[in-house]
Design a binder for this molecule. Structure first.
Ligand code: PEP
Ligand code: MG
Length: 900
């Protein structure tokens, strides 16, 4: 028989899966000998059984009976007794804390008879009737679904009738009358009487707590916090203690350190003569723990000892709920407390200094997401008067304030004049890059987290919100509409890339001292802080200590995805140990696009050669700059990848131009050229360009294109060698599916490298490798390894092609629905799908290495900077992850965490 019920004396803190966080910690405190009111926990397994069958398992009923009897024997009181009755609370408690999301019912066991017993025992008739009305109120709302306002209205009406303001001014007989009114309310609203039998109350309350796992708000919370929907909650049945039995009673919450700054000390609130829900409801101003010390020094001292005991035991910040019943302290809950990102770093190093944890443990106590939060400038949360326009998807964190601009050229012009601008587009495309670089923030009304805008902005560390569907961009009118509101180009808006919020007007921003540290080093960052700013100094020092430790323990190297020399420099300052992906197509935008267009459309060898001759010196200079910046470090240059159409004029626009010109009779060489161009664009038009002529296919089909790039790499390497540098260029072939594609490119590359080496009188060592971004490439890794010195997993395309999800479209389209319905728990474009895409990675790692033991393995898809994915890549044995420069510190930290 499954054991569905654990006494507090039977569990411990490591049983969170089964007992939930609250239950496991109540058991742990019981084990430690702290004063915990006796009780028991019904396991999450019981909840899962209930959820799958729709009724409480029969064994559970038996086990609950036995547990209640044990409790009654231990306390010498009975549930529902006429004399000195036992009352219990029924509290939810899942594995991960979901504050306020699920239900709790207090005072179970009170009925028309036992309320008399309670009055007698407590010697306080008013208290007894107040407890009973609270039970009916809470039970009515939570278990029987009666509208909570009806109870509050009845209570207010009673107070008005008696001419009093505070609940506490109602007398015992007032409350007795209120109980009768509440019972009538329950009967009328729920169609049943308030159950008098305590066991029925208990069973219904347990069921209600189980049900509260599935409320909309609980589901929403779990989605946001990425808590699986199938865990279920445990239920804690705890004997009641009362903080509302007079002036020598009360209830409170405390922390062993300040959860917002990390400072050590006792922090907390205390409310005399009150029950827990009064503190939460904020009906009276709370006192401090210092006040408690004055009011009840004995309980205070005992609480302080318990706090210290718990912090030493858990070796972490603890958050505690307690109640004092007539001068006796009871511990109602503890858990390792939530904290801000800054407090997490500070507390971790404080605990190291206090010899409570090791540096390895300190590393485990912080996360890359927290470090990421500390790196972004933030809106000053203290500022008021913000006007929220709408909320989109948070695509690239940060806080940006600037003039709204509607196109790339205006963005660049205004930025050149010194203005901060926010580029607002329906969606962005590669043509917008100039504007995106010039802008402090990017806002789009369409697209998801891996849309062009999102990926590029993240890469640049630019704040970005995408998919803000309420934003209607009207280019013709040069304005944006959000609902009724019209915002003209040039007006100021603010966007928060961590929350997706879009504000009208400026919101004050504060810069991050952690970024200064990453860019200028610890000493410089500390020197810039004022003497009073000890907290920030402690924070920056803590980040330095933990990150340095991560660097010493990690096995994964961290490279960056960077296409330009300035990006490369930034990546290097932030700790990148190489470039894992230089997307060369970004080098052919702007003025150079026409050169590629000429190359693609060339009809004669002469035209082609002409285009190539113009491109070669430009491309060589790009690589020289990059190799200079990355001197001594591997620099992986990917041959041109995107679909053809990105380099050609837009089909629709060109068709319109030609049609209009023809209609107007503008015959002449210009129109002739446009017609020829249109014919070529039509010829090359693809219904599904991401699966069309792109990557290695393009290189094999357009003569001279790859050769140009390979020659530029070879010549740039030679130039750097002549300059005395230590270039480590590598060439990477995109979107290969067959080893034959690799062989063809390799043959050509080796020939060019040999030619350049001979012409320059040098030895050129330029490894050639493959991106693994198609399932077939992964599944034939043994063969691919025969023609590749390294593999770099392009997990963006590998995810796209494994799931068959268009990376540019699906997130905004149906991922929300898919997450809601449990198909996805997180976007596979954000965090690697270990079962599917990850399996392909595993196969390719194992079979690739078996075929070529010295094969170097890395990843350069967006997942390379995603904390959870970094752990996966560590585990499968990659050599490095490559991510956008801004995420390099996050990846360093997570790679360290994965290794301890
Ligand atoms: C990838 O597909 O994962 C990749 C890095 O290439 P891109 O994002 O440029 O397609
Ligand atoms: Mg790709």
């Amino acid at each position: 028989m499954a054991t569905y019920v654990y006494d507090f004396s039977e569990g411990n803190k490591d049983l969170k899966d089964l007992l939930g966080g609250k239950g496991a910690n109540l058991a742990e405190m019981t084990r430690l000998g702290l004063p915990v009111p006796p009780g028991f926990t019904i396991t999450t397994e019981a909840c899962r059984a209930y959820r799958s069958t729709g009724h409480l398992p029969p064994e559970l009923r038996v086990e609950v009976t036995m547990a209640v009897r044990r409790l009654e024997d231990e306390l010498g009181r009975g549930l529902g007794d006429f004399h000195d009755p036992l009352l219990v609370s029924v509290r939810s408690g899942a594995k991960f804390s979901m504050p306020g999301m699920m239900d709790t019912v207090l005072n179970i066991g009170l009925n028309d008879a036992s309320v008399q017993g309670l009055a007698k025992f407590s010697d306080d008739e008013r208290f007894a009737w107040d407890s009973y009305r609270r039970l009916i109120q809470m039970f009515g709302k939570t278990v029987l679904g009666v509208d909570a306002d009806l109870f509050s209205h009845a209570l207010d009406a009673m107070k008005a009738d008696r001419g009093v303001v505070a609940d506490t001014d109602l007398t015992a007989s007032d409350l007795h009358e209120l109980v009768e009114q509440f019972k009538t309310l329950v009967r009328e609203e729920s169609g049943r009487d308030f159950p008098q039998h305590p066991r029925e109350q208990l069973d219904l309350a347990i069921t209600a707590v189980f049900d509260s796992w599935d409320t909309d708000r609980a589901r929403l919370y779990r989605r946001r916090e990425r808590i699986p929907h199938d865990l279920g909650t445990a239920v804690n049945v705890v004997s009641m203690v009362f903080g509302n039995l007079g002036a020598d009673s009360g209830t409170g919450v405390c922390f062993t350190r300040d959860p917002s700054t990390g400072r050590s000390g006792d922090y907390g609130d205390y409310l005399p003569n009150a029950q827990g829900e009064d503190v939460v409801a904020g009906i009276r101003n709370t006192l401090t723990l210092a006040d408690l010390e004055r009011l009840d020094p004995t309980s205070y001292t005992e609480l302080r000892q318990a706090m210290r005991r718990l912090e030493t035991h858990y070796r972490d910040l603890c958050d505690i709920e307690f109640t004092i019943e007539r001068g006796k302290l009871w511990m109602l809950q503890t858990r390792v407390g939530k904290r801000t990102a800054a407090a997490a770093f500070r507390i971790a190093t404080q605990l190291v200094d206090e010899h409570l944890i090791t540096l390895d443990e300190a590393l485990e106590r912080v996360t890359g997401a927290q470090l990421g939060k500390l790196m972004f400038p933030q809106f000053d949360a203290r500022s008021d008067g913000r006007t929220l326009l709408t909320t989109g998807m948070a695509a690239s964190p940060g806080a940006a304030v600037g003039q709204l601009v509607l196109d790339s050229v205006t963005a660049q012009d205004r930025a050149a004049e010194g203005a901060d601008v926010i580029l607002v587009r329906r969606e962005t495309n590669p043509d917008d890059l100039g504007g995106m670089i010039a802008a402090v923030g990017v806002l789009t009304s369409r697209g998801g987290k891996t849309s062009h805008a999102a990926v590029v902005a993240r890469g640049m560390g630019t704040t970005c919100v995408v998919g803000a569907e309420a934003v209607e961009v009207d280019l013709a009118a040069r304005q944006v509409r959000v609902g009724e509101r019209v915002i003209d180009e040039g007006e100021t808006i603010a966007i928060d890339g961590s929350t997706g919020e879009v504000f009208l007007g400026a919101v004050p921003v504060v810069p991050s001292p952690v970024v200064r540290y990453l860019e200028e080093g610890l000493e410089a960052a500390l020197a810039e802080l004022s003497a009073e700013d000890e907290e920030t100094a402690e924070l920056v020092t803590a980040v330095d200590r933990i990150l340095t430790h991560a660097d010493t323990v990690r096995r994964l190297r961290v490279h960056a995805n960077a296409d330009t020399a300035p990006d490369a420099r930034r990546a290097r300052t932030w700790g990148a140990q190489g470039i894992g992906l230089c997307r060369t197509e970004h080098m052919f935008l702007g003025e150079r696009r026409v050169l590629i267009e000429h190359l693609i459309l060339a009809r004669t060898d002469e035209e082609r050669q002409h285009a190539l001759d113009a491109l070669l010196p430009l491309q060589r200079a790009d690589f020289v700059d990059l190799l200079r910046e990355m001197d001594g470090l591997p620099t992986t240059i990917r041959l041109i990848d995107p679909p053809l159409h990105e380099f050609l004029p837009d089909l629709t626009a060109l068709s319109v131009t030609v049609a209009l010109a023809t209609e107007r009779g503008e015959e002449g060489p210009d129109l002739e050229r446009d017609r020829a161009l249109l014919a070529a664009v039509e010829r090359m038009h693809e219904a599904n360009p991401m699966l069309g002529l792109r990557g290695v296919r393009l290189g094999l089909v357009v003569p001279g294109l790859f050769a140009l790039q390979i020659r530029a790499v070879a010549e740039a390497t030679a130039q750097r060698l002549h300059e005395g540098g230590r270039p480590h260029a590598e060439i990477m072939v995109p979107l290969a599916a067959s080893v034959m594609e690799l062989h063809l490119v390799r043959d050509e590359a080796e020939q060019i490298l040999a030619e350049v080496a001979e012409a320059e009188g040098l030895q050129l060592h330029v490894p050639i490798g493959a991106m693994i971004e198609l399932p077939r490439a992964a599944l034939t890794a043994d063969r691919m390894a025969g023609a590749a010195a390294f593999f770099s997993f392009g997990t963006n395309d590998l995810t796209q092609t494994t799931w068959g999800f268009s990376r540019d479209d699906v997130e905004g389209a149906f991922f929300a629905e898919y997450t809601e319905r449990g198909v996805l728990s997180v976007s596979p474009f954000e965090t690697i799908d270990q079962r599917g895409v990850g399996r392909l990675v595993r196969i390719a790692v194992e079979e690739g290495r078996a075929a070529r033991p010295d094969l170097v393995l890395g990843v350069c898809g967006e997942h390379g900077g995603d904390p959870e994915s970094v752990h996966f890549f560590h585990e499968v044995g990659l050599d490095y992850v490559s991510c956008s420069p801004f995420r390099v510190p996050v990846a360093r930290l997570e790679a360290g965490r994965a290794a301890v």
